[in-house]
Design a protein around this ligand. Structure first.
Ligand code: MTE
Length: 320
């Protein structure tokens, strides 16, 4: 494995980014390298025209990575958001017309307190935190992104799931007038995803409203999206309009379109190849293009210590 010391998320890093910045300032070798990378990333930070989002640094274990943050210019121009087209630059080009204000999210199904949440109220529901997560796409590339949001569990607790609720389904916006990709039959729209309730309640599962200290750009799923860092990126549904608690495992849009290729769990797993390619390695976007050496993909995308117990006793080859 060819991983630099500065790229390893040390247990110490869980102690908090502020402390880490102090170590970096005091000249601790590997961390100092990362500081420069972070500074580089900030130089490429998105336009200050995006509204800033107040937040603090996360205390959730595993949420802070000292790997170099991917420069924002890549994260906002190399996207998957099929509602706007299948090209990587289609979302940046075509998402800007999507109206995201006003916005609300309907929470329904097996909850004691169903209802419609206006975005303003979701923004106030819990303090925002910055969480630096790896995002590993099923296509074999990855990024490191500083998200801003809070644990989805904060919202789920307030709606009081019933004992019969076992899964959570996420439904995203399907705006025919503003989403040119909806004309294509590549997926059945709206784009939907799902998690088991305990996965949805895990503190790492983030309801994100921003990135790089600002509100989410439209191509990244404004005004709110899911981020599930130990699963392939497609589980992290963008521009959510409905959250439904259900008893039976929901079928995601990807499961419907290609059931042999996309399972419900879709945990990042270097040992379970996609039907058409290996998942053993990944290309980090922003690190030298197609010719750069690939990185080894980690089990659960490097979050095994935090989430491995959710799958104790399960056959992860069968439950892919
Ligand atoms: N959400 C919706 N609604 N539509 C999509 O096409 N693509 C998924 C996921 N969420 C997608 C989506 C995929 S395949 C990935 S890898 C991530 O979003 C990409 O997120 P990013 O563009 O912000 O990096």
């Amino acid at each position: 494995m060819n991983i630099k010391a500065s790229e390893i998320t040390s247990p110490e890093s869980y102690a908090g980014r502020r402390q880490w910045l102090q170590w970096a300032a005091s000249g601790v070798a590997g961390a100092a390298l990362a500081t420069w990378a972070q500074r580089d990333a900030l130089a490429n930070a998105p336009s200050s025209a995006w509204p800033a989002l107040n937040h603090s640094t996360s205390k959730v274990a595993g949420a802070i990575s000292i790997e170099a943050v991917t420069p924002a210019k890549h994260v906002t121009s190399y996207n998957n958001f099929y509602e706007f087209g299948m090209g990587k630059d289609d979302p940046e080009r075509y998402a800007q017309q999507l109206p995201v204000d006003p916005w609300s999210v309907e929470v329904e199904g097996l909850v004691h307190k169903p209802g419609r949440w206006a975005l303003e109220n979701l923004l106030k529901l819990s303090p925002m935190e910055e969480r630096i997560y790896r995002l590993r796409c099923v296509e074999g590339w990855s990024m490191v992104i500083p998200w801003v949001g809070y644990s989805l569990a904060e919202l789920l607790r307030r709606v009081e799931p019933m004992g019969s609720a076992k899964f959570v389904e996420f439904v995203t916006v399907a705006d025919v007038q503003h989403m040119r990709g909806l004309k294509s039959g590549v997926l059945s729209w709206p784009y939907t995803e799902g998690l088991r309730l305990d996965e949805a309640m895990h503190p790492l599962t983030l309801l994100a409203f921003g990135m790089y200290g600002h509100t989410l750009p439209k191509q990244n799923g404004a005004p709110l999206r899911l981020v599930v860092p130990w699963k392939y990126g497609f589980k992290s549904a963008k521009s959510i309009v409905k959250i439904r608690l259900v008893e039976a495992m929901p079928q995601s849009a990807w499961m419907k379109s290609a059931p042999h290729e996309y399972g419900f769990y879709s945990n990042v797993n270097p040992d379970v190849p996609h039907r058409r390619w290996s998942q053993a390695t990944e290309r980090r976007i922003g690190e030298g293009g197609l010719l750069a050496p690939k990185r080894k993909t980690e089990r659960f995308n490097g979050y095994a210590e935090q989430v491995g117990q959710l799958y104790a006793g399960m056959d992860l080859q069968r439950n892919f």
